[in-house]
Design a protein around this ligand. Structure first.
Ligand SMILES: Cc1cc2nc3c(=O)[nH]c(=O)nc-3n(C[C@H](O)[C@H](O)[C@H](O)COP(=O)(O)OP(=O)(O)OC[C@H]3O[C@@H](n4cnc5c(N)ncnc54)[C@H](O)[C@@H]3O)c2cc1C
Length: 448
């Protein structure tokens, strides 16, 4: 493509920020209808050639990042683990098991990198990457931030600061970054000392925060800080306003949260994403959403080591008793995250539908494209129809109407989701029916 026109018109930008640093740069701005970041202008062919909302060449990037490694349906996998920090506060404050902070601390402490580039709070709902060089600063970094952000500061720090760094990033951020580095700045590759990737199912437009303001009673212009996790495996959505009040909602049971963080509020490209497992990260971390880990009150991480360096650092944390861990199989990735997302069952089907409709669709063909079973066309069509309708209501700020829809029209689907969660995670229906062997509780005796 010659520029970013199709990305702007389709709202497919994910905010990775590469178009802000390529030749003929553009700026990312928040679109007032979609409340997601988008390029301010079409730019030129340079930006288009590395934009993940146009295409991602997974085969080429795998060869570039992990030369010679075998790539399977879960990407490059050396080993899979369930891991938890042994420092209680770090574990409780983290989004899942606290392994990311443990790895970052170890990397700085041992001098393996000169610093860590990771997301931090700036002001209000603004978060941006910053350079952390002191071990004690690592714990001040936030847990998972689920709303759409402009991720350019990470790239700028990497470009402008001499040294070798570790980077924490979501999958599409690494797709953009490595495409850019390969094409325009190959000298930066050796300065990326290590990457910690977050598993990622989706991010949300700022409509989610606006809608929660209407349901909980805060004004989004008055928000001083926001957090989504911490305090246990699921955690709370919590907003602090400038006048010192706190508004919070359970992420699992609050009805308003289920409306405002429904998947129709996602940035549109997330529906087409096939890289849930963060293929390009040395070490990828997510939540261990498994029947065998339901017992935890503090959270356990699912860890995929994609390189021997990741394995070495992970093992070192266990040897030093900073983490406890058990090794598991790739099947636990699939069960924890579902085939729908790890194999892109919905995403590939939705991409096919969009192409047939003549809608701009990023070319995303990952190593998982022949796995799982694609979702039926009728499901995809229904989803698209509902998405278009709800995006219109969001642009009109009709958040109360969206809540009413969820409580009426969408109620059966909503109830079905809870029943499924209860049957699979709590009743362990798959083990009872012989479809799956759960990890025995005795293997978790060192976990809390
Ligand atoms: C948008 C998003 C979607 C996710 N979706 C899933 C999912 O579908 N399934 C799943 O299992 N896990 C998902 N995760 C990952 C999960 O929420 C936890 O972040 C992960 O388990 C790591 O937990 P931890 O306890 O080790 O790290 P923590 O101690 O919580 O540390 C989090 C680290 O991530 C960095 N960070 C937080 N938010 C962002 C962001 N938006 N962009 C870049 N860096 C960030 C922080 O700087 C910090 O270094 C998602 C995370 C994000 C940000």
């Amino acid at each position: 493509m010659s520029d970013l026109t199709a990305v702007i018109e389709s709202g497919m930008c994910i905010g990775c920020g590469v178009c802000e640093v390529t030749p003929q740069p553009v700026s990312l701005v928040l679109d007032r209808d979609t409340l997601t970041f988008t390029p301010s202008a079409p730019g030129g062919p340079e930006a288009a050639s590395v934009c993940p909302a146009i295409s991602v060449d997974y085969k080429r990037l795998h060869d570039y990042v992990f030369p010679g490694a075998e790539v399977g349906p879960f990407g490059v996998v050396q080993s899979v683990h369930l891991t938890q920090s042994t420092t209680r506060d770090r574990n409780v404050n983290a989004s899942s098991g606290g392994i990311i902070k443990e790895i970052l601390r170890l990397l700085i402490e041992t001098g393996e990198v000169d610093g860590v580039i990771a997301l931090d709070h700036v002001d209000g709902i603004e978060f941006a990457a910053r350079l952390v060089t002191e071990v004690d600063d690592v714990d001040s970094l936030p847990g998972s931030i689920y709303h759409n952000l402009a991720q350019t500061p990470a790239l700028r720090i990497l470009q402008e600061t001499p040294g070798r760094f570790a980077l924490v990033a979501i999958p599409c951020q690494l797709e953009g970054l490595y495409s850019y580095v390969e094409k325009f700045r190959p000298d930066l590759k050796e300065r990326i000392g290590f990457t910690v990737g977050l598993l990622c199912g989706w991010q949300y437009s700022h409509h989610s925060i606006e809608a929660m303001g209407e349901y909980l009673g805060y004004s989004s212009s008055n928000v001083a800080d926001v957090s989504y996790r911490g305090g246990g495996p699921v955690g709370k959505f919590s907003v602090t306003t400038r006048d010192g009040n706190t508004f919070s909602a359970s992420r699992r049971v609050d009805f308003g949260y289920q409306v405002a963080f429904d998947r129709h509020f996602n940035t549109p490209r997330c529906h087409l994403c096939v890289n849930h497992g963060n293929f390009l990260a040395d070490l990828a971390v997510g939540d261990a959403w498994l029947p065998s880990t339901v017992f935890t009150k503090t959270g356990i991480s699912l860890v995929i080591c994609r390189t021997s360096k990741a394995e070495r650092l992970h093992s070192k944390l266990i040897e030093m008793s900073r983490c406890v861990s058990i090794e598991v199989t790739e099947e636990e990735i699939r069960e924890s995250q579902t085939s729908r997302v790890v194999f892109g069952e919905f995403a590939y089907a939705y991409a096919e539908f969009r192409r047939k409709e003549g809608l701009h669709t990023p070319a995303l063909h990952g190593p998982n494209q022949h796995e799982g079973s694609r979702r039926p066309t009728r499901e995809v069509k229904r989803f698209h129809r509902e998405l278009v309708r709800k995006q219109r209501l969001m642009a009109q700020r009709k958040y109360r109407l969206l809540r009413w829809r969820k409580a009426t029209l969408e109620l059966p689907k909503f109830v079905k989701r809870y029943v499924r969660w209860f049957l699979v995670r709590v009743v362990r229906i798959k083990s009872i029916s012989g479809a799956r062997n759960e990890i025995p509780r005795s293997r978790f005796e060192d976990f809390r």
